[in-house]
Design a protein around this ligand. Structure first.
Ligand code: ASP
Ligand code: MG
Length: 473
């Protein structure tokens, strides 16, 4: 009989300090009794952000940023190592591994400060340091429990294109590399602990899969190994009906479909990286979201069909760090290809477009991008339409950042009449002003744009209207 394979990913908070890492190791050890396990780990929480900040400082020529962060990371990881591994010789071996990463880090920051230049390629390598430090620690913690485990660099496993900062996996090549770098370890009963977030081009240049990309790493490996399941261990109890910081009676959804989870992820429910489900969807591999701080709770299971509950609305999400960009003015009526040119521009930038709405008068095309993409998107659009702007065919390209998207999500809303009506009636009653509305023909989501200050009311009103706070029967 084929052995079962589980790929489990631990997010930054789940490996945030020695105690968390020890807990993660326990979870891995327990799972490894029933199946072969591949662990995928994020950097310790906050590390990637700190690396970015330091890299930005180095880029301005600041020579101290590098040594400072490397010293801080050294203290943090050595500290965790001391707590996790008792045996002096074993500890020394891991310490040597970490040292090599620190050494590389120092040189990367030195080079950046010297050149006052930070290419996306260099930034990727700098950001990879976090995962390359956490993986050896987690593997050591698993060995401490008497199991065999080995840190594995994802650059040997996940092959990607060369789009630095948000690379896409090359699945065939990744599959082959998994057979070489992971399968034999599993066959020998060794638990690989793979660095999340990173990969490499076919010529071996390190890339990253985008912020929060370790989830994606886990499903890429799950699909490549034809795993039986992927478990994302995080710091929340699964996928919730809404953000509990904004909606007090939000609750965990026991089962949800790929589609719904993807819509939620895409719309900023921070549980999953938006691309996470792509690799596993075709193979139908279930993905669990579970809380490493409460491993007795079963969390949310993401499956091909999900579980339908009455009314069709499954969850709400709001996304606040976004900007509304409008390309418009009466002059654009009849101007050929404004839509095409607008979205070729965003595509070229790989800007994440979250919502599009065009009025039939064709006066305005408005769309929403992540706040981080907003500035360069507007700049690129102004460039693209420079001539038309000069001739006033396109009269304005504007940006509004005081807005948020709220999305009502549920696969079974399809064909359920009245969801939109119910939503907008309820919002009208509460005086929530709608700036733009969009529903894809998939009908798995209705999204609307509101002023940022109205988000909480919009969410609570809709949550109540669809009875999402009540346990499903
Ligand atoms: N460490 C990376 C980040 O913070 C990847 C991840 O945590 O998933 O974005
Ligand atoms: Mg993370």
């Amino acid at each position: 009989m084929e052995t079962r394979i589980q790929v489990m990913k631990f997010g930054g908070t789940s490996v945030g300090d020695a105690a968390c890492i020890a807990r993660a190791a326990q979870i891995i050890a327990a799972a490894s009794r029933a199946s072969a396990c591949v662990a995928v780990v994020s950097a310790m929480s906050g590390v990637t952000n700190r690396l970015i900040a330091a890299a930005r400082r180095a880029e301005t020529g600041d020579q101290t940023a590098g040594p400072e962060i490397v010293a801080a990371l050294c203290a943090q990881h050595e500290d965790a190592l001391k707590t996790l591994v008792r045996d002096e010789t074993a500890r020394q071996a891991v310490s040597e591994q970490l040292k090599a990463v620190f050494q590389e880090g120092r040189r990367l920051f030195e080079g950046t400060a010297l050149l006052c230049e930070l290419t996306l390629r260099t930034l990727d390598t700098i950001l990879s340091l976090g995962e390359r430090l956490s993986a050896p620690l987690v593997a050591a913690a698993v060995r401490e429990l008497g199991l065999r485990s080995k840190g594995v660099d994802a650059t040997d496993v996940i092959a990607t294109d060369d789009f630095h900062g948000s690379a896409e996996p090359l699945m065939d090549r990744t599959r082959e590399q998994c057979e070489v770098a992971l399968r034999p370890l599993l066959a020998d009963g060794i638990i690989p602990v793979v660095t999340g977030f990173i990969g490499a081009t076919t010529s071996g240049v390190l890339t990253t899969l985008g912020r929060g990309g370790s989830d994606y790493s886990a499903t890429i490996l799950g699909a490549a190994l034809s795993a039986d399941e992927v478990i994302i261990w995080t710091d929340v109890e699964g996928v919730l009906t809404a953000d509990p910081r904004l909606v007090a009676d939000a609750r965990t959804i026991p089962e949800i479909s790929y589609r719904e989870a993807a819509e939620l992820a895409y719309f900023g429910a921070k549980v999953l990286h938006p691309k996470t489900l792509n690799p596993v969807m075709r193979a139908g591999i279930p993905v669990w979201i579970r809380n490493s701080f409460a491993p007795d709770k079963i969390g949310t299971k993401i499956t091909p069909m999900g579980q339908s509950i009455g009314g069709g609305v499954k969850a709400l999400t709001a996304i606040q760090d976004v900007a509304l960009i409008t390309v418009g003015g009466p002059g654009i009526v009849g101007l050929p290809d404004v839509v095409g040119r607008t979205f070729s521009t965003t595509a070229e930038l790989r800007a994440n477009v979250l919502l599009i709405s065009q009025s039939s008068s064709q006066n305005d095309i408005c769309f929403i991008v992540s706040a981080g993409d907003a500035k360069r998107t507007v700049e690129a659009l102004r460039k693209e339409f420079a001539q038309d702007l000069a001739h006033e065919k396109v009269e304005h390209i504007t940006i509004d950042t005081n807005i948020a998207i709220v999305a009502v999500i549920g696969e079974n809303m399809r064909g359920t009449p009245g969801v939109a009506g119910k939503t907008f009636n309820a919002l009208g009653r509460e005086n929530v002003n709608l700036i733009a509305i969009a529903q894809g023909s998939s009908e798995a989501n209705i999204s609307f744009v509101v002023e940022e200050k109205a988000v909480k009311t919009a969410l609570n009103t809709t949550h109540r209207e669809f009875g999402l706070g009540l346990p499903s029967s």
